[in-house]
Design a protein around this ligand. Sequence first.
Ligand code: SAH
Length: 214
Amino acid sequence: MPYDLKRNRERMVREQLEKRHISDPKVLQAMRTVPRHKFVQDAMRLSAYEDNALPIGYGQTISQPYIVGRMSEALEAESQMSVLEIGTGSGYQAAVLEVMGLTVYSVERIPELHYAATRLFAELGYTSAQFKLDDGTLGWPEHAPFDRILVTAGGPEIPKPLVDQLADPGVLVLPVGRAKRTQQLVRIRKNNGDITLEKLGSVAFVDLVGAHGW
Ligand code: SAH
């Protein structure tokens, strides 16, 4: 890999994650390892480590590194846990979760993105994640319950199938907002049958489109 890209990646972890108080060593190590530049379009490789989201086609985006770091940390995940991700997109978030040692299931509704991510994982030798082309607001019942669930697109409500498919104990992190492109990042915990909800701050995700989305 070109030296510049590796240096940019190290700088990304230092300036955008560590300086902004992301401290989970599994998250930092994964984001130091996953080649983010492979998850963006060729023409944008040199911008891959910048402090922002980037277009990946079909009106979708790869999330800003800081947001990936923050959401990955908010999951409070331990290795070996199962995690369901809704919104594969480029596959970058799924790759970070896989390198963190989680068993990843990721659902995407746009065929081109689903196939591109599946191909890229094979190319990079990431072999354990499983991908599905479907409406992720319905979850993935065959593999439920999931220790962790992460939604990387913003909808108007909390999809009930996802709460149902969350293990007990379990953590679900998702952006929720009544207006498009403006959401609260919410963490839901299931513990002894109780559901608690915590707001983690404002975010701006693309639309979650589906039966329990827009
Ligand atoms: N996690 C991605 C971010 C992708 S942007 C990454 O690391 O690149 C959000 C993605 O969610 C888009 O690709 C969009 O097509 C997808 N999406 C939106 N609604 C969805 C749904 N109901 N089920 C599955 N994917 C959905």
